[in-house]
Design a protein around this ligand. Structure first.
Ligand SMILES: NC(=O)c1ccc[n+]([C@@H]2O[C@H](COP(=O)([O-])OP(=O)(O)OC[C@H]3O[C@@H](n4cnc5c(N)ncnc54)[C@H](O)[C@@H]3O)[C@@H](O)[C@H]2O)c1
Length: 392
C-alpha cells in the first residue's frame, strides 16, 4: 500500500515511521526542505537507538528507511492509496492543501487529517468527494502511543471508515471511534485533569506540588497535572482548552484558567522554557508537597469525579462507546485506569453525591452531574462490572 504523509514535523515523521514499519511505501512531503532533512535525520537516530537497545537489527532499519521517500512536491503523492495530513493547525491552509491534493490523486484515495481540534466536516467540505475524507488522530509520539482516534465526518462513507479502521489495526494500533465533536475523546475527557487542578490551586486550597502529589500517590497517575502541563507546554495546553471552550459554545465546564494564561503570556511555558509551575535546570530544588492525607484525598476525589463526569457525559452524548472511552484514556494519555471502570469501582452513588456536593457549594454549571450518572443510580447499574449488577 502507498501512503502519502503531508507535513514532516513531529507528527508527520512519527506517522511515516509507523506506516513504513508496517511495510507500507511512504511518500513524506513537506514544503520546507529543512523539515524533510530534519525528519530523515531524526529517523536515523531513532532507529539506531532501537538497534542499540536490541529491539531491531540493521536489516530492519534498512527496510524501514527504504520504505520512506522524502518528496518536495504534493504531486508526488499521486499514487497514494491513503494520505494523512499533519501540517500546521489552520483550517484555511488545510482546506487549500486538500483541494489541491484531490486534483492529483485517484478517485479512490482516502484523504485523512491528523488535526487535534478542527472539525473533520469542515476540512472534508474542501473536497469534491468529501465521502473519502476522515480524521485519523495519532498521539505524540506516534510510534510509541498505542491509541489512534478515527473520526468519520458527516460526509464520510462507511466503506472509508471500515477501511481506515482495518489499516490502522494492521499498523498495530488500538482504534477508538469518535464522533466529529470538539476534542474528539481524549482532548475533551482529559480537560478536568488540568482544569479542576487549576481551580483547586486558584482557590488556594493547595499548592501545585501538593496537588500533583495527591494525584500521583492516590490516583497512580504517572505525572501530576502541573508536571504534565509543564511537559506539554502551557501555551499549547492553554490553547487546546480555549479551543474546546469556544467550540462548546462557552460551556463553563471547559473554562480556561487565568493562572495558565498569565504563565503562558509571561513565557513561563514549562520545561521547554526552563520555568512553568516549577523551575527546571541544575541546582533547582523541587517544591515539596504538604503530605496531608485528608487534603490529598479531597483533591484526588474532586479531580477524579470531574474526570468521571466528563467521560460519562461523552457516553451520554454518544461521542464513543464506553469501551472506547476507557481505552482512549488508558492508551492515549496513559491513565492508570479507564474512567468509567473507575466510576464502577467508586460506585455511582459516590459519583453523584460528590458532584452534587460540589454543585451545592458553588452553584456553578461547571459542577452539573451528567444525566447518565443519575440514571445509573436510579437503575442500579454500572458501566462494565456485570458481576456487581448480577450481585444486586
Ligand atoms: N504535536 C502533537 O502533540 C499533536 C498530536 C496530535 C495531532 N497533532 C496535529 O498534527 C498536526 C501537525 O502537528 P505537529 O506538532 O506535527 O506540527 P509541526 O509544526 O511539528 O509540523 C508541521 C509541518 O508541516 C509543514 N507544513 C506547513 N504547511 C505545510 C503545507 N502547506 N504543506 C506541507 N507541509 C506543510 C511544516 O513545514 C512542518 O514541518 C496539527 O494538525 C496538530 O494539531 C499534533
Amino acid at each position: 500500500m502507498i501512503v502519502g504523509v503531508i507535513g514532516s514535523g513531529t507528527m508527520g515523521s512519527g506517522i511515516a515511521q509507523v506506516a513504513a514499519t508496517s511495510g507500507c511505501e511512504v511518500k513524506l512531503f513537506d514544503t520546507k526542505q529543512e523539515a524533510l532533512d530534519r525528519s530523515k535525520q531524526a529517523l536515523e537516530k531513532i532507529l539506531s537507538r532501537l538497534i542499540e537497545k536490541g529491539r531491531i537489527d540493521q536489516a530492519e532499519k534498512t527496510r524501514i528507511q527504504g520504505n520512506i521517500s522524502y518528496v518536495d512536491s504534493l504531486k508526488d503523492l499521486k499514487d497514494a492509496d491513503l494520505t494523512i495530513e499533519a501540517i500546521i493547525e489552520n483550517l484555511d491552509i488545510k482546506k487549500k492543501v486538500f483541494s489541491e491534493l484531490e486534483t492529483y490523486v485517484s478517485e479512490n484515495t482516502i484523504i485523512a487529517s491528523n488535526t487535534s481540534s478542527l472539525s473533520i466536516a469542515s476540512i472534508a467540505s474542501s473536497l469534491k468527494k468529501p465521502e473519502r475524507c476522515i480524521g485519523i488522530h495519532f498521539f505524540n509520539p506516534a510510534p510509541l502511543m498505542k491509541l489512534v482516534e478515527v473520526i468519520p465526518a458527516v460526509q464520510t462513507s462507511t466503506q472509508v471508515t471500515d477501511k481506515v479502521v482495518s489499516i490502522i489495526k494492521d499498523w498495530k494500533k488500538i482504534v477508538a471511534l469518535a464522533k466529529d465533536t470538539p476534542g474528539f475523546i481524549v482532548n475533551r475527557v482529559a480537560r478536568p485533569f488540568y482544569g479542576e487542578a487549576l481551580r483547586i490551586y486558584e482557590e488556594g486550597l493547595a499548592d501545585v506540588a501538593t496537588i500533583d502529589w495527591s494525584l500521583k500517590t492516590l490516583g497512580g497517575f504517572r505525572m501530576g497535572p502541573f508536571e504534565l502541563m509543564d511537559f506539554i507546554g502551557n501555551d499549547i495546553n492553554y490553547t487546546v482548552t480555549e479551543t474546546v471552550f469556544k467550540a462548546f459554545y462557552y460551556d463553563p465546564r471547559y473554562k480556561p484558567s487565568f493562572t495558565q494564561k498569565r504563565l503562558s503570556e509571561a513565557g513561563y511555558l514549562g520545561r521547554k522554557s526552563g520555568k512553568g509551575y516549577y523551575e527546571y535546570g541544575e541546582n533547582v530544588i523541587k517544591q515539596s508537597p504538604k503530605e496531608d492525607k485528608v487534603l490529598a484525598q479531597y483533591i484526588f476525589d474532586r479531580v477524579l469525579v470531574m474526570l468521571i463526569n466528563e467521560a460519562a457525559d461523552a457516553l451520554f452524548w454518544n461521542i464513543a462507546s464506553a469501551e472506547d472511552i476507557d481505552i482512549a484514556m488508558t492508551k492515549g494519555v496513559n491513565y492508570p485506569k479507564g474512567l468509567l471502570t473507575w466510576a464502577d469501582e467508586k460506585g455511582m452513588d459516590w459519583c453523584v453525591n460528590m458532584l452534587d456536593n460540589l454543585y451545592n457549594e458553588y452553584h456553578e454549571d461547571r459542577y452539573r452531574c451528567s444525566p447518565i450518572l443519575r440514571k445509573m443510580v436510579r437503575e442500579n447499574r454500572t458501566f462494565f462490572n456485570k458481576k456487581l449488577v448480577a450481585d444486586n
